[in-house]
Design a protein around this ligand. Sequence first.
Ligand code: IDC
Length: 320
Amino acid sequence: MSDIIAKERNNNPTPFGKYGKLHVEGGKLKGEKGEDVQLRGISTHNLSNYPQYVSEETLTTLVDEWGISVFRLAMYCGEADGFDGYATGDDMHRLELEALIVKAVKAAAKLGIYVLVDWHVLLEQDPNLHKDAAIRFFDKICGLLKDYDNVIYEICNEPNGDHVTWPVICVYANQVIPVIRAKAPDSVILVGTPCWSQQVDKAAAAPLPYPNLMYVLHFYADTHRDELRNVLEEAAKAGLPLFVSEFGCCNAAGDGEDNKEEADKWIALLNKYGISFIAWNLSNKNEASAFILPGCEKISGWKDDELNGCAKLVRGYMRS
Ligand code: IDC
């Protein structure tokens, strides 16, 4: 029911007003009329850790002042930084996380932007470890969000470890994708790739047999350079549908120094192929990838001197 998602605000079409419900065709993300769509946005940090930024007020600033068209909800499935994830916490915590996601989707719908619901696999490496929880989660959340055509699902953030090969990820994907499709029949679904979502070449060699899928590549500009850009470009040339659902301008630990020169090269490449991108992370944690400076507790309307260097770079990329 696309009428619950704003198509216009302040006399201008919203992203959803321009593109409507998305699909994947010929290796590209497309709008309702078949036009190419490149989404640009930002990701939350761990939802269990920083729930305060899931608010209409926050999203309004990000849409109006940063120009985002997609908001990613990073819901860790396992424990991280001392916070329970969806699979490792109790039922109360699961309900809180589900409520946060619904709240975010409703706020995004009011603003006419897209939301990415991310099952954030990280420290547990193999998505199959919490597969049962993932199945329960997607079954429930896709039901709760069935009226919202602005939602994209990401089934495993960053599979990693030598034992987590593409066939291992496919075992998981083959069970989780049908669960999503039962409630959200033609939603766009993103699938993470081996080695922290870098080996899109493995997916290109053996893609999954479902329509409306995209494959994920992540980069951190001060760590990943030409070699990984070449992997991305080869896969793009081969016609693989690609989505960069997370990147940072700093190193792969989410910290260190921003590398503007390398980040600029990445964004130019993504723009060349019209690949959507989402920057990590909306929090005030003391790390280079956090957009807000530590000590600033505001959840919206940040001034430049309350923002970290990467936030200013990212804001520029949104508009580039
Ligand atoms: C990092 C956070 C950091 C946190 C850590 C563990 O920035 O504050 O302590 O996770 O929860 C990723 C992951 C993403 C990482 C990020 C930076 O998807 O969760 O966030 N990163 O390390 N992949 C490559 C880098």
